[in-house]
Each structure stands twice: as structure tokens, then as C-alpha cells.
Design a protein around this ligand. Sequence first.
Ligand SMILES: [Zn+2]
Length: 265
Amino acid sequence: MIIDSHEHVILPAESQLEKLKRASVDKAVLFYTTPHPEKAKNYGEWKEEMAKLFRILSGESTEKSNSERIHRGNQELLRSIRAFPEHFTGFGGVPLGLGLTETGSWIEEEILGNGLRGIGEYTPGSEEQIRQLETVFQALQDLPELPVWVHCFHPVTSSGLKILIELHRKYPSVPLIFGHSGGWNWQMLLEYAKSAKKAYIDTSASFSSLVLKMLLSELPERCLFSSDAPYGEPLLCRQGIEFASPEKWIAERVLGENIRELLSL
Ligand SMILES: [Zn+2]
């Protein structure tokens, strides 16, 4: 089974399904989203749509409006999953900055209560926001296993990635998916991930085919194929994995087996 392990909700859901079919991908793990860049018809509209994300990254919104936004995102995600349950499953959002008890209840209600398979994507706009993830890791100690997905390309810097790695060393039982191959800091990530059984590398937005080849050769059992659609195209990303895999069995693991095992799909 071929599974795209990270796509954002694209509207209408039928057009998301169409992308999967074009790429011969059986299933996608959907993530809640705030901007919908797929709606933009030109660069100006795209900039306007993405400005929503940059406002959030700058920490402008209040805790209440942030929680409401994430709740709405989760509802939108669930509508797509429920429309096509055989093709979509999902990770839901959990706000940062809540207390430990509140975080635990949110995970129970919005994630486990809705049959979602993990938490994310977190796109930390500052090191402070990376540190706030500790509450989520703490809450997960008393709950059924759920992976957490963190964006690790710009604006996350090498010192941000270091903080995240240190946090994961403290909570090694939580499966942590490091997004976008760690961006420029892929070597730091790869070397850590080889030593940590529950560290996974998401391959979307790897910035060169050689980087992708290194990751797949060194960590075939914990690299995950994903397109990050609508930012990437499932067909091209699938071809990228097939092209960069040194052996066929590695492509098969990365294109579906690894995420299927992690999420018990
Ligand atoms: Zn991302």
C-alpha cells in the first residue's frame, strides 16, 4: 500500500483525492491547515493567503483565538476524512501554551475522541514555541501512543532543531516525526535519528536528490514518503523516492510500510 504520510487538507476533498489517484497513492495522512494556498490563482493571492500563516508564526494571536482556529481546522480535517475514510486518515492540532491537564483533555477529546492518529503539524516560529512542546510530550506519557509531527525547515534554525532533539532525548518513548528532513540541518537530524528508535524523518521538501538518497540509504526503516501537498505534488514526490532509493525494498518501506506500521493502518 502506498501512503502519503503528510498532506494538508485541500478543498474540495474531491480534488485532493484526484491528486492521490494521479499519483497511484492509496491513502494519505491529512493534517489540519490554516492557509489554503491551493485556492490562489496567482502570486498576489498566494501572498495574501500565506500572510495568515506568518501572522500566526509571529505569535500575534491570543491563546483563545489560537485554540478556536485549531479547533476549526480539526473540524475541517474531519469532514474530509469522513467523506473518504478509505483514502484519508489524519493528525489533528493541539494548541501550545495550555496547561498540562488542559493539553491532556484536548488530546483525549479532539485527537483520540475523533479517531485521529497523531498530533501536528507544529510550525514553531520561535525557540520558545519549541520548548512549549514539552507539555505535549508530558501529556502523552499517560495516553495511548501518538506520534507528534514538527516542521523542521525554516524558520526552525539549527539551534531550534537542537532544542527539539534534546526534548526528544528526554521523552524518547514519544514517536517524533521531524518534518521536511530537517531542512539545511539534515545531517544533524540524520545522526540523531539513527540513534533514537522513535525518531522518524519526513522526506517532503528535502532540498536535493542527493540528500534524499543519503537519508534513504542510512535510515530506510524510519524515513517516510510525503508530499506536504499542496506545497508539493504527490506524483513527483513518489517518483523522487523511487529515483533516490538504492534498492527496491527501501522504496517499498518508505512509500508505505513504515507509516503503516507506525500508525497501525
Ligand atoms: Zn511544514
